[in-house]
Design a protein around this ligand. Structure first.
Ligand SMILES: Cc1cc2nc3c(=O)[nH]c(=O)nc-3n(C[C@H](O)[C@H](O)[C@H](O)COP(=O)(O)OP(=O)(O)OC[C@H]3O[C@@H](n4cnc5c(N)ncnc54)[C@H](O)[C@@H]3O)c2cc1C
Length: 323
């Protein structure tokens, strides 16, 4: 149906149909997305999303798809992919005003060059700044809530405004946008000036640690840590102690150097294999410790009865509906 669209999108916007998940996510499994609109700049993201919503079309917005699992039956809707090949950064003293489509690692690298501290934790973090703020991405002792001053948001009714950090409602891997849908267009990061050499050394140490422990998604497709840490506990420690380190399903298996990751080792591996393995690991942990793990990965599309209602309610990608 989307091929017959009469939506007045700008001429330089790329629309593709029936796009396979392998082109949209780092884990690559799953089916096809009916229509994908790719935008590189915040101005185009705003124009395209407002137009679609005004035309009564629901949409989902994604960045690099590095925290995303698409169902094997795909997603019969519109995806706006907001990801820039070049970072768009306005530097004003200790503030970086960046497009939400900029890649987080590009911004983190730029901060080092400018001698600004605080974004080293995001060294090597795959994905866009929008995705990072939406999920309050973090690690290595920090997260996006510590550096985000405000964000420019398009709301489903067409309003565009800057939300201060308090309104962004950050929590552990959480932001207000998971409950009140909105599209991140730009983000202001406040990063204090520091010693460039020290900042660079910290960035390199974190990159090294990531290389040693985390699977490189280009060779071992994955969507980041599958589970969030339960309060006061480490998901990876629970998984290890529950004996789930050697678990596998279809072409999906636990990554031994960091058992929080599920990697997809074979092209035939389905989204259902990955989700089933996640469920098996969660069951191992529940049986051993009585702790219910919740996923960090986001789900898009219809997984049928395989996706437990709690996981669906908690972790489905938010569909932005016209008002
Ligand atoms: C190898 C590897 C290592 C990783 N390491 C970490 C880590 O250390 N810490 C960590 O927290 N995560 C990690 N991740 C997960 C992931 O990279 C981050 O969560 C990342 O910030 C997601 O960004 P994205 O652009 O890929 O988001 P996507 O996966 O594209 O989207 C994630 C969610 O954000 C929403 N979203 C994206 N952009 C926008 C926007 N502009 N407006 C509104 N909503 C939006 C989507 O709708 C979706 O619900 C890792 C992933 C991989 C593959």
């Amino acid at each position: 149906m989307y091929r017959d669209w009469k939506v007045p999108l700008p001429a330089d916007v790329r629309v593709e149909y029936d796009v396979p998940a392998s082109r949209l996510t780092t884990i690559g499994a799953g089916g096809r997305v009916a229509a994908v609109v790719s935008v590189e700049s915040a101005a185009l993201a705003e124009q395209v999303c407002s137009t679609l919503l005004q035309e009564g079309i629901s949409l989902v917005v994604v960045g690099r798809g590095s925290n995303l699992l698409i169902a094997d039956s795909g997603y019969d809707g519109v995806m706006v992919r907001f990801l820039a090949s070049e970072p768009d950064i306005i530097h004003e003293g200790e503030v970086l005003d960046v497009s939400a489509g900029s890649r987080t690692d590009d911004v983190a690298r730029c901060a080092v060059e400018l001698g600004l501290a605080g974004l080293e934790f995001a060294a090597g973090l795959p994905g866009s700044v929008g995705g990072a703020v939406w999920g309050n991405a973090g690690g290595f002792g920090s997260d996006m809530s510590k550096v985000t001053e405000s964000a420019r948001i398009l709301e489903p009714d067409g309003r565009v405004s800057w939300w201060e950090a308090a309104a962004l409602g950050f929590g552990y891997r959480e932001s207000a946008l998971q409950h009140k849908p909105g599209i991140l267009l730009r983000v202001r990061l406040r990063l204090p000036a520091g010693d460039r050499g020290q900042i660079r050394r910290r960035r390199e140490a974190i990159l090294e640690d990531r290389r040693n422990r985390f699977p490189d998604w280009r060779r071992h497709a994955n969507a980041g840590c599958f589970f969030r840490n339960p309060p006061g506990l480490h998901a990876a420690v629970l998984i290890e102690r529950a004996g789930a380190r050697t678990r596998s399903k279809g072409g999906a298996r636990v990554w031994e150097r960091h058992v929080g990751f599920i990697v997809r080792e074979r092209p035939g591996c389905t989204a259902a294999d990955i989700l089933s393995l996640g469920l098996q690991i969660a069951e191992d942990v529940r049986r051993h410790f009585g702790v219910d793990l919740l996923p960090e990965v986001r789900f898009l599309g219809d997984f049928g009865d395989l996706l437990p209602p709690r996981w669906r309610a908690w972790n489905s990608v938010k569909i932005i509906e016209p008002v």
